[in-house]
Design a binder for this molecule. Structure first.
Ligand SMILES: [Zn+2]
Length: 116
C-alpha cells in the first residue's frame, strides 16, 4: 500500500510504499526531543519524493551522518536521511507528518539517542 506524507504547507510531499506502520521510535537525542518526531525507518527505494529537493533545507550536526530535512517555507520535518546500523542507506520517516496514521494507536519504543 502507499502512504502519503507532507510538510504543513505541502511543498515537501512523498509517497511511501509500505504497510501502515504500527510502531514508532521516540528518540531522546538533542534534535528529536526538540522536534517531537515519531520515527519509522525504511530503505530509500520505498520512499518516493513528489517534489524538487530545491524546497528542502538540510541540517546536519555532530558527525553529520544524518541529513535532517525540513521545509524552507513552513519548517516541518517530514523525514531524515542517513545510514542504518548495517551501513545501508535509510530514511527515517516522521510519522507525525504522514497521512492516515492514528498516532495514538502506535506502539512507541523509546530510543536513547542522547547516550550515543
Ligand atoms: Zn512546508
Amino acid at each position: 500500500m502507499s502512504i502519503r506524507g507532507s510538510c504543513h504547507c505541502g511543498k515537501i510531499a512523498y509517497s511511501l510504499n509500505a504497510e501502515s506502520p504500527t510502531e514508532a521510535i521516540e528518540c531522546n537525542c538533542s534534535i528529536c526531543r526538540r522536534k517531537g518526531s515519531l520515527l519509522a525507518f525504511f530503505t530509500p527505494d520505498k520512499v518516493h519524493l513528489e517534489m524538487s529537493r530545491d524546497d528542502i533545507a538540510v541540517y546536519t550536526f555532530n558527525q553529520h551522518v544524518i541529513r535532517h530535512q525540513f521545509c524552507k517555507t513552513c519548517g516541518c520535518a517530514p523525514f531524515a536521511e542517513g545510514v542504518g546500523p548495517d551501513g545501508r542507506p535509510m530514511v527515517a520517516i516522521n510519522l507525525r507528518c504522514a497521512e492516515g496514521i492514528d498516532i495514538s494507536k502506535l506502539r512507541i519504543t523509546p530510543f536513547d539517542g542522547a547516550s550515543l
